[in-house]
Design a protein around this ligand. Structure first.
Ligand code: FAD
Length: 87
């Protein structure tokens, strides 16, 4: 899933669930916090001990530096997809 930094964490978690995947970072503030903030703080939450923190779920990022330089970062290791457990 590709998102912009201002997207609310809970919106991504809800969409991920419909796609039968998990966006594990779920801080208690997830109904108001954004992905940009989650990446900046490497947010966790109740499910992170099992499924990992934001750093474990972000595959790539396009970053704009203060001198208007753009950088693309992509994780080298392939990320294992996590299936949502429905109860
Ligand atoms: C009530 C509450 C409960 C919380 N519970 C948990 C918890 O259970 N587990 C946990 O791990 N954390 C928890 N947190 C911390 C939470 O993870 C962070 O506050 C949250 O991820 C920050 O996201 P935000 O959108 O609020 O960012 P902001 O507070 O707006 O920003 C945080 C930092 O990120 C920077 N930033 C934001 N967007 C960008 C961007 N696009 N580009 C560059 N920098 C950016 C800001 O400049 C700032 O330095 C909690 C916080 C609150 C307030």
């Amino acid at each position: 899933m590709r998102v912009q930094p201002g997207v609310i964490n809970l919106d991504i978690s809800n969409i991920s669930r419909r796609m039968a995947t998990i966006n594990a970072p779920d801080p208690s503030s997830q109904s108001v916090c954004t992905i940009g903030g989650n990446v900046a703080e490497n947010s966790g939450g109740a499910h992170c001990l099992k499924y990992g923190f934001t750093v474990n779920h972000a595959v790539a990022a396009r970053i704009v530096l203060s001198r208007r330089q753009h950088r693309r970062h992509r994780r080298e290791r392939k990320v294992k997809r996590t299936r949502a457990v429905t109860t």
